[in-house]
Design a protein around this ligand. Structure first.
Ligand SMILES: Nc1nc2c(ncn2[C@@H]2O[C@H](COP(=O)(O)OP(=O)(O)O[C@H]3O[C@H](CO)[C@@H](O)[C@H](O)[C@@H]3O)[C@@H](O)[C@H]2O)c(=O)[nH]1
Ligand SMILES: [Mg+2]
Length: 239
């Protein structure tokens, strides 16, 4: 059997300062466990020079390990995964943020848990076990909790963190679920999970500590919250 491979999809928007260290930690994780991997950076024309840094990383780690699949402008997180996935060659795909809110140390836990029962998806959760959120103000915590509660109440998917975006998928599962998902922005993760469960895929959870970014700013705004509420309601009307 060919060696298994992990593709990491890393959407970036103004992550110049975070990219080198996150790449280094990802590389270290896979080297330590002797696993094959590739990193696919999907940058949406960041004005801060993220792509120049990505190109330097390609020359350090090789362009086979670090792929840069840029888009012309900021088109949103959901479509960034769709775009990056076309280039993924791994057996598994891991999606995560580039700003250290998702620490690469949890990748190995996800990989191990996936293997225990050949799960289709392993998702990081901030809202079960030892999981948690650090560095957010009360308002942002409230929005996140509220968003999860709202979707859980209406849709009952049975997953504790619907809006989180630190996840491991079997590549073919991700391809199937992503095809049926319509949301583009922050709503995307929730819709993906609701649809995956409806399709009968198995999901396991790894508690993660989510730490707010050190460099730069979140791209979550009021419009995204309204879009999210609309997304939950439209899924609810379909079930
Ligand atoms: N390519 C691309 N990348 C983007 C875009 N918007 C954000 N990103 C990248 O996507 C990641 C997450 O963006 P943040 O702006 O840091 O999100 P956040 O507010 O910290 O939100 C986090 O928590 C949410 C749930 O509470 C999650 O839904 C979200 O995905 C993320 O994990 C970062 O790597 C950021 O550079 C975009 O339009 N295009
Ligand atoms: Mg963030």
């Amino acid at each position: 059997m060919a060696k298994e491979k992990y593709s990491i999809l890393l959407p970036t928007y103004n992550e110049r300062r975070n990219l080198p260290i996150i790449t280094w930690l990802i590389a270290k994780t896979f080297a330590e466990h002797n696993l094959d991997w590739e990193l696919i950076i999907v940058d949406d024309g960041s004005p801060d020079g993220t792509q120049e840094v990505a190109k330097q990383l390609q020359s350090v780690y090789s362009p086979k390990r670090v792929l840069l699949k840029a888009r012309a402008g900021k088109l949103g997180l959901g479509t960034a995964y769709v775009h990056g996935l076309q280039f993924a060659t791994g057996t598994y795909v891991i999606i995560m943020d580039a700003d250290f809110s998702h620490h690469p140390k949890f990748i190995w836990e996800m990989i191990q848990l996936q293997k225990t029962k050949d799960y289709d998806i392993v998702t990081g959760t901030r809202y079960a076990g030892n999981g948690g959120v650090y560095g957010w103000d009360l308002k942002r915590k409230f929005v996140s909790r509220g968003a999860n509660l709202f979707a859980d109440t209406l849709l009952r998917p049975g997953v504790s963190d619907l809006t989180g975006s630190f996840r491991l998928y079997k590549r073919q599962v991700l391809e199937k679920v992503i095809k049926s998902t319509e949301s583009k922005g922050y709503t995307f993760q929730m819709e993906m999970m609701v649809r995956a469960k409806a399709m009968g895929f198995t999901v396991a959870e790894v508690p993660i500590s989510f730490v707010d970014r050190v460099y730069g700013e979140s791209k979550l705004g009021g419009d995204e919250i309204v879009e999210y509420a609309k997304g939950v309601l439209s899924l609810w009307m379909k079930v």
